[in-house]
Design a binder for this molecule. Structure first.
Ligand SMILES: [Zn+2]
Length: 242
């Protein structure tokens, strides 16, 4: 007899396998990231079909076979229907799922990541401030990187420890964090970062939704956030040890 495991999970990816099967990548509460095979799930009479879809939060049950985990039951908890209706929201959801899939290798539960995913999907679904939708993605990315141990220093210069003021500032990936203009001249390693972008990063890591949800981001800090986020993310992918 197989043991049946039950847990909640966010469906992050689905790939077709064979004629009617689907392989789901799911971030679960109890087991972390796992892959589960849905057998014959693309057949119209499959009873599980409506309960497990991309970016759904579902309660799932599975058995562990020799090679695959196989889905045996699924109950929909939350479909996040507003994400599906909005192409921009959908593209943020795809990016979140990609980041998570790339940076999480093994199967291990993590309450902080679970909590962050929950929070991010709910905020993304309910988001009204169209001007700054990307903030939801940054929110996930930077808090996720912090949970993984890559939290940057944003308040004092990483080198001289001086309290940072809105002068010319630089982001240094190795430290990681912000360095002041003086230290940058000596170190010559870092990328200039807009000082408003630093303030936004602080709000993100303080999880200050009250301000973040009303924020209007100008094009300069937006551009700076884009560049720093992308480069830091790539830096971490290339330097991941496990
Ligand atoms: Zn300094």
């Amino acid at each position: 007899m197989f043991i049946h495991y039950r847990t909640q999970g966010f469906v992050l990816k689905k790939d077709n396998r064979g004629e009617a099967n689907q392989l789901f990548t799911i971030y679960t509460k109890e087991f972390g990231k796992i892959k589960i095979l849905g057998k014959a799930i693309r057949k119209s009479k499959s009873k599980l079909r409506g309960a497990i879809e991309l970016f759904y939060l579902s309660e799932i049950e599975f058995i562990q076979g020799k090679i695959h985990k196989t889905l045996t039951d699924a109950v929909l908890i939350e479909s996040f229907s507003d994400i599906k209706k909005d192409l921009e929201k959908l593209s943020v959801a795809y990016k979140i799922s990609e980041v998570l899939d790339i940076l999480i290798k093994g199967q291990e539960a993590d309450a902080k990541i679970w909590q962050l995913l929950n929070e991010t999907f709910n905020k993304l679904n309910d988001w009204k401030n169209e001007n700054s939708l990307k903030i939801v993605y940054y929110y996930f990315l930077w808090n996720f990187l912090s949970v993984l141990g890559y939290q940057p220093e944003l308040y004092n210069c990483c080198v001289c420890r001086k309290k940072l003021t809105p002068e010319k500032l630089f982001f240094n990936q190795e430290k990681p964090g912000i360095i002041c203009n003086n230290c940058f001249k000596a170190l010559k390693s870092g990328k200039e970062i807009n000082s408003s972008a630093v303030k936004i990063l602080r709000l993100i890591l303080e999880k200050n939704w009250q301000i973040l949800s009303k924020l209007k981001i100008d094009s300069e800090p937006q551009k700076s956030l884009n560049i720093i986020s992308k480069e830091y993310y790539l830096f971490i992918i290339n330097n991941q040890t496990t």
